[in-house]
Design a protein around this ligand. Structure first.
Ligand code: TTP
Ligand code: CA
Ligand code: CA
Length: 366
């Protein structure tokens, strides 16, 4: 049975949310920024609307550079507030899920979905469902999205890319190779700059050329596993399934102290094991967190919490430990009673791969 796989991605997501919240922004360049706090304008562009992109503004660009490009064009420079985009994302994902047989969230503004069963492998029927999905997202939240439909994940993703902004592209099974052939290899899901560079050195520049290249040559360059994925994906035959994800929403640990105490140092020393476990979880899951909380259960069994939320997701174990120590100190001082149990919680988890550039920038940047 031919699979029918979809990929949906919201257009200029954070900036579009800002437009929805304030429609007067629509005609203006909108730049959503992560301010590092070092100087007034230090930090990077998170994303920008298409009006700003027309002036060359891009994700990851220093805020100063973006402002220069937009001088005299009345830009709206807005601080990134993750909660806003997170809450809307959850509702959007709910709508996508309702329209899908199987649903896999892969980021704050994108998801894969499988329509094989409900469409009985009929791409015309699946296209109607995908249109209904897009329309429902727009109706409920006022957000435009781009959708690709194809026989595999890699091709569906390329479809949504090529549908941007606001379109829907259906790549029929028989049209797959013709669609893929002219595209540069870097566009293929799983091909980064290094892989593209290595391919270019052996004169493989397009996905079509990749699909026709020699397996043993690819194996020499990239090893067996990546080589066979690349060959399959380049002809639209990648076999990864759409898999529902039940993502953890937080990591937490709580311990009972050996004796009741209001000494934060003493309490902290008994959290050492838990701290190691947290570090391990962050590393294994490739997750970042935005909020860290310290929890104290007092001798009267009431619970008190102190939290800190960062501007951007962090994945730094040392920063976690330092913040935990400060928060626990504050907690112990503010309650003025003995602690019986103490805990740590990391929440607002996100995938590190998508975010490291921003948090690294904030830690080490300008
Ligand atoms: P993307 O889907 O990559 O980009 P986008 O939605 O802004 O634009 P497009 O229309 O091209 O899809 O990223 C989703 C959100 O993730 C984006 O709105 C903001 C955030 N983001 C960052 O904070 N930093 C980055 O470097 C990137 C690429 C995205
Ligand atoms: Ca997007
Ligand atoms: Ca995206």
């Amino acid at each position: 049975m031919v699979r029918v796989i979809g990929h949906i991605d919201l257009d200029y997501y954070y900036a579009q949310v800002e437009e929805v919240l304030d429609p007067s922004l629509k005609e203006r360049p909108v730049v959503v920024c992560v301010f590092s706090g070092r100087t007034a304008d230090s930090g990077v562009v998170s994303t920008a609307n298409y009006v700003a992109r027309a002036f060359g503004v891009r994700s990851g660009m220093p805020i100063v550079t973006a402002k220069k490009k937009l001088e005299g064009h009345n830009p709206a420079v807005i601080r990134m507030v993750h909660e806003k985009y997170e809450a809307i994302s959850e509702r959007v994902m709910g709508i996508i899920e309702e329209h899908a047989d199987i649903f896999e969230e892969t980021g704050i503004d994108e998801a894969f979905f499988d329509l094989t069963q409900s469409s009985e492998s009929d791409f015309a029927a699946a296209t109607k469902t995908a249109e209904a999905m897009k329309a429902a997202v727009f109706e409920a939240e006022g957000l435009t999205s781009s959708v690709g439909l194809a026989r595999s994940k890699a091709v569906a993703k390329l479809g949504s890319d090529s549908a941007k902004p606001g379109g829907l592209v259906t790549i029929l099974p028989e049209a797959t190779q013709a669609f893929l052939d002219p595209l540069p290899t870097i566009r293929l899901y799983g091909v980064g700059p290094k892989t593209a560079e290595a391919l270019s050195r052996v004169n493989v520049k397009t996905i079509g050329a990749l699909s026709r290249s020699d397996q043993s040559l690819l194996e020499q360059l990239f090893g067996r596993k990546l080589a066979s994925y690349l060959l399959a994906a380049a002809s639209g035959n990648d076999t990864d399934l759409v898999v529902p994800r039940n993502e953890p929403t937080q990591f937490s640990r709580i311990v009972t102290l050996k004796r009741d105490t209001r000494d934060a140092q003493e309490a902290l020393s008994q959290l050492r094991q838990s701290m190691v476990a947290m570090k391990e979880k962050l590393r294994e899951s490739s997750k970042s967190f935005r909020t860290i909380s310290m929890i104290g259960v007092l001798t009267d069994l009431s619970t008190k919490t102190r939290s800190k939320t960062f501007d951007a997701p962090v994945n730094d174990a040392d920063l976690m430990e330092r913040s935990a120590a400060v928060l626990l100190q504050e907690l112990a001082e503010s309650v003025g009673k003995d602690l019986r149990r103490v805990g740590i919680r990391l929440s607002e988890l996100s995938d590190t791969a998508e975010q490291t550039s921003l948090s690294e920038y904030i830690e080490h940047g300008r």
